[in-house]
Design a protein around this ligand. Structure first.
Ligand code: NAD
Ligand code: UD1
Length: 349
């Protein structure tokens, strides 16, 4: 078995799928979460898919002592943690506008404390969950990693920019430290087994969970937020990638770190866009869902949503060239997997 990897936010949507891919690649995974946006079912799901011991710690990343205990206990068990994938964060753009202090505290302080504890245990490898939101409304699309950080569209976006800067600063003081920053575009879909998937609490903010719940009859019609944008059909454009492709990117990033590839680059850190390289509009997503499932999506055209970026999709060629990663699954496959998961969820009708 390869090294032990701590997955913060491991009960969450992307963390749980990544844990499964890591285990498949031979890593030993240790999960940590405070269940602020998830529950124990996801941990059970991961355990059943991995079919092996998966330690879980209910700890908040802002709790230095709690974090310290995780690294210590694992070490005492003979499993020195060699790397961390840091997913744990709050991610609702709307909630961050209402409560920016909570987002700063949870996301920035959580990252700061984690970095301190990693230093105390000489853990040198970090993969960080960032977002395309760091680019703000980009001037050029597809956007590549050299695009500047424009003004964040939300306090959530600000926390991602701030955490990236924190990590780079941490590196200047800790020369042995290495970090890969992954800037995700829009992950959708679920594990094909439908044992794990996306389980947002309350009314979903994101397009695909809302769409699925709408088709399942749990919510009213989907509101398409604006069809008067300067795009071919007037609705916003995003780069939707399958969460299993995204999970596999984390395996590629860790392998890259463990092969010491960053040292050749002389900076100790590198950022990668993770997307398909293709944009799809909200109306195109609805059409693709209807085609692949044969079901009708009830929807109506609504006002624009505040803070929405008009159009963004990735230039992901750096990840292909340097990590050897690219997406393999189609939009249709992702939508089909989202729907399969929705049908199996306890709250589905
Ligand atoms: P998620 O909410 O499903 O998972 C995040 C997990 O972190 C949750 O289980 C939550 O309970 C936990 N958590 C939050 N704060 C914590 C804390 N202080 N201590 C311990 N656990 C904590 O979200 P996700 O979609 O899996 O996102 C994972 C990461 O990817 C986040 O950092 C998010 O900002 C980033 N990201 C997500 C998207 C997306 O569209 N899903 C896009 C870009 C970036
Ligand atoms: C946003 C953030 C992203 C963050 C993610 C997690 C931006 C650019 N991106 O993604 O960084 O990590 O949230 O929460 O801020 N839509 C509808 N009706 C709905 C829901 C969404 O029409 O009910 C539309 C939106 O207007 C958007 C698209 O669907 O055009 C995707 O929205 P969503 O799934 O919320 O993701 P982003 O806003 O792109």
């Amino acid at each position: 078995m390869k090294s032990s990897i701590l997955v913060t936010g491991g009960a969450g949507y992307i963390g749980s799928h990544t844990a499964v891919s890591l285990a498949k690649a031979g890593f030993r995974v240790v999960l940590l979460d405070n269940f602020s946006n998830s529950d124990f079912q996801a941990v059970q799901g991961v355990r059943s898919l991995i079919n092996a011991e998966v330690p879980f710690y209910e700890v908040d990343c802002r709790d230095t002592d709690g974090l310290f205990d995780v690294f210590r206990i694992e070490k005492e068990k003979g499993h020195v943690i060699k790397g961390v994938i840091h997913f744990a964060a709050l991610k609702s753009v709307g909630e961050s506008v209402e409560n920016p202090e909570l987002y700063k505290d949870n996301n920035i302080l959580g990252t700061e404390r984690l970095l301190e504890v990693m230093r105390a245990f000489d853990v040198e490898n970090l993969v960080f969950s960032s977002s395309c939101t760091v680019y703000g409304e980009p001037e050029v699309v597809p956007v590549d990693e050299n695009a500047p950080f424009l003004e964040a569209e939300s306090p959530y976006g600000f926390t991602k920019q701030a955490c990236e800067r924190l990590i780079v600063n941490h590196l200047t003081r800790n020369p042995k430290f290495n970090a890969v920053i992954l800037r995700y575009f829009n992950p959708i879909g679920a594990h094909p087994s439908a044992v794990i998937g996306e389980s947002p609490r309350g009314v979903p903010n994101n397009l695909i969970p809302y769409l699925c719940q709408s088709v399942a009859g749990i919510r009213g019609a989907l509101h398409v937020f604006g069809t008067d944008y300067p795009t071919p059909d007037g609705s916003c454009i995003r780069d939707y990638l399958h969460v299993m492709d995204l999970a596999e990117a984390h395996v590629a990033a860790l392998e890259f770190l463990f092969k010491d590839k960053l040292r050749d680059k002389d900076t100790g850190w590198r950022a990668y866009n993770l997307g398909t390289g293709k944009g799809a509009s909200v109306l195109e997503v609805i059409q693709a869902f209807e085609k692949v499932t044969g079901l009708e999506v009830p929807y109506s055209i609504a006002e624009r949503r505040e803070g929405d970026v008009v159009a963004i999709w990735a230039n992901a060629s750096r990840a292909k060239d340097e990590l050897g990663w690219q997406t393999k699954r189609s939009l249709e496959e992702a939508l089909n997997d989202s729907w399969r998961w929705q049908k199996k969820r306890p709250d589905s009708q």
